[in-house]
Design a protein. Structure first.
Length: 410
């Protein structure tokens, strides 16, 4: 007996299942609860549509709020306004490539109530960060601050540990306000001139550097891992399949890469060993999918804070857990976006008015099911987010006060 879906529901409404199938047939068709139902496979020959072209419009009719500027002044502690200049894959000492002018940035900052932008990639030496400071910090005092990066390319030079610590001291004298550690450490930097094993985050050669950061009062903004899905096979079960297909070099599955947890464990050993150094763990502690674990680390390490850059997509799909997290750790969460001016490949990080409006909507409103990035297709995964509706007291801390305390601002 052949029955269409519409006929099934119509028959069930009229006379129950017995009106459609006899009891013996029902007995044969019932499936044990423990057996998973087969995955339905649409007949795409009748309606061919590539996944990349699938852009469904929500039919929800719900209240919408679109804050055009932050309710309170903002310090964006996670932006990238320049990069170390490279030649044939190697850093050119003291040279920088800048992405935008201060005037271009200030036009957006003034509209969106951004008091200060922190440029984390200010250069990998005192000479380089001095150029970033001249370009931004001195051009508009109080509106820009620059961090310095370690010189990973010098790690195998004799005397590197002490030389790196001394370079940080010079960088502070030049005006650097902190240190940025990219995920190069743990996932890219290798021994033997790039041909050997990956260097570990808790390699003892870096101990003088971590100690110097604490002694000099330089907070460390540290990024050591990526979303958990990046460490899994890029297959039909991976929720970031499209993102990893678009950026296959972002995958850390296989080869000799450590697992996400191994990276976090190595980072935590550094935190435990260098208690006088302040660590701002970027991207919600590099574990935004597991807020319970992030909370456990915050409880364990008083010198640890978190920042939310490029992770509202994760936080916003777990709004109840995220709201509890913000309530409990309101003094240790910093606002950041991971914004890059004039970018094109990662919509969730492109500096501009739309990007900040999404963050403000997420933090300030209780809106439901909205895009976490200004893009036709969600770039990190096919889901939407829900606002947290944080109270003013928490907003003030997250937007500015927590960062001001860490950076030593008035």
């Amino acid at each position: 007996m052949k029955t269409t879906r519409r006929g099934f529901f119509g028959g069930a409404a009229a006379g129950g299942l017995g009106a459609l199938w006899p009891a013996s047939a029902l007995a044969r068709t019932q499936t044990p609860i423990s057996t998973p139902a087969p995955t339905p496979r649409p007949d795409t020959s009748k309606c061919p549509l590539a996944l990349q072209d699938f852009q469904p419009k929500s039919m929800l009719h719900v209240e919408e709020h679109h804050p055009q500027k932050a309710k309170f002044p903002v310090i964006d502690i996670h932006t990238h306004l320049g990069w170390s200049q490279r030649k044939q894959g190697r850093i050119v000492p003291g040279e920088m490539n800048f992405i935008a002018t201060p005037q271009e940035l200030l036009a957006v900052m003034d509209k969106k109530n951004i008091q200060t932008m922190v440029n984390l990639t200010g250069g990998s030496s005192a000479a380089a960060v001095a150029k970033s400071i001249a370009r931004y910090d001195k051009a508009a005092p109080g509106r820009f601050l620059s961090f310095v990066e370690p010189s990973w390319h010098r790690v195998e030079e004799p005397g590197y540990p002490q030389a790196q610590a001394e370079e940080l001291e010079k960088a502070k004298q030049a005006g650097a306000r902190g240190v940025k550690v990219l995920k190069a450490l743990g996932l890219f930097v290798r021994s033997n001139d790039g041909k050997g094993p990956l260097l570990k985050i808790d390699d003892p050669r870096f101990d003088p550097m971590w100690d110097a950061c604490g002694r000099l009062g330089l907070p460390v903004a540290i990024h050591i891992s990526d979303p958990e899905a990046f460490f899994l096979p890029t297959d039909r079960f991976n929720e970031r399949y499209e993102e990893l297909s678009n950026h296959p070099d972002w995958s850390f599955h296989g080869k000799d890469y450590p697992s996400n947890q191994q990276l976090i464990d190595a980072r935590n050993r550094v935190f435990a060993k260098h208690k006088k150094t302040t660590f701002v763990t970027l991207h919600v502690g590099n574990n935004a999918e597991n807020l319970a674990a992030v909370g456990q680390n915050l409880d364990r390490f008083p010198n640890m804070l978190v920042e939310i850059g490029a992770r509202v997509g994760e936080l916003g799909r777990q709004p109840r857990s995220a709201r509890k997290f913000f309530d409990k750790y309101q003094d240790r969460i910093l606002f950041g976006t991971d914004a890059v001016p004039k970018g094109v490949e990662t919509p969730q990080q492109i500096f501009g008015e739309q990007l900040y409006e999404i963050y403000y909507r997420f933090l300030e409103t209780e809106d439901e099911y909205f895009d976490y990035a200004p893009a036709a297709v969600p770039p990190q995964g096919r889901w939407r987010i829900y606002g947290l509706g944080l109270p003013d007291a928490i907003l003030k801390k997250v937007y500015r006060d927590n960062a001001a305390r860490v950076l030593g601002l008035a």
